[in-house]
Design a protein around this ligand. Structure first.
Ligand SMILES: [Zn+2]
Length: 199
């Protein structure tokens, strides 16, 4: 059962891009640092941890529960409007997510794929460097099982399914996503001690 990193229905991608080689943005961090705040503008940059050189940057403007991005990639000027989604936490407060501009999935991280701009790893077929780890593999299988019960797409409630069942399955999927986000963060912390992103 389970096929490691591949998703049910998606098939095995022909080519993988390692996530740690991609520019990524994190909804939780952007919310904490206030990038969604209406009227706030600035530049978000990536730096080479070893040389201290700035390797890339994008312009952003907070729109209140959304952010407008403005950048140039491969000589092409790109404008993206990315919505922020929030879920309530068990102990108060809320957690922030992005809505993938392409598929609308709720995700913690978006990756820059040149022609497409920032999209989720489902759309961009980004794999994690640590994906073969047992824990990550287990979380994929658990998530696939929950997604299959929800009919593949993940966020719809199949006919006849109780709302509580749907909520429970959704919670499992979110937990699995988080587990792998954390695994990726640990991978990045280990291999890029200075961090990929900073002001
Ligand atoms: Zn997507």
């Amino acid at each position: 059962m389970g096929k490691g990193g591949s998703r049910s229905g998606a098939g095995r991608p022909a080519s993988h891009v390692k996530a740690e080689h991609c520019r990524r943005i994190e909804a939780g961090r952007w919310a904490r640092e206030g990038l969604f705040s209406p009227g706030r503008t600035g530049t978000w940059s990536w730096w080479n941890a070893d040389s201290g050189e700035r390797t890339a940057s994008i312009g952003y403007r907070g729109e209140g529960q959304a952010v407008a991005l403005n950048f140039t990639v491969d000589g092409r000027s790109v404008h993206q409007f990315i919505a922020e989604l929030q879920t309530a936490c068990n102990f108060g407060g809320s957690r922030s997510w992005f809505a993938c501009p392409r598929c609308r999935r709720r995700v913690g991280v978006l990756f820059l794929r040149s022609a497409a701009g920032f999209i989720c790893r489902h759309c961009g077929r980004v794999t994690y460097g640590s994906q073969s780890d047992d824990e990550v593999g287990r979380s994929w299988r658990k998530q696939q099982k929950a997604e299959r019960r929800l009919g593949g797409e993940g966020w719809m409630r199949p006919k006849g399914m109780h709302q509580t069942t749907r909520d429970r399955l959704t919670a499992i999927i979110i937990e699995c996503e988080e587990r792998r986000d954390n695994a990726l963060a640990a991978f990045v912390a280990k291999h890029f001690p200075g961090g990929l992103t900073r002001w």
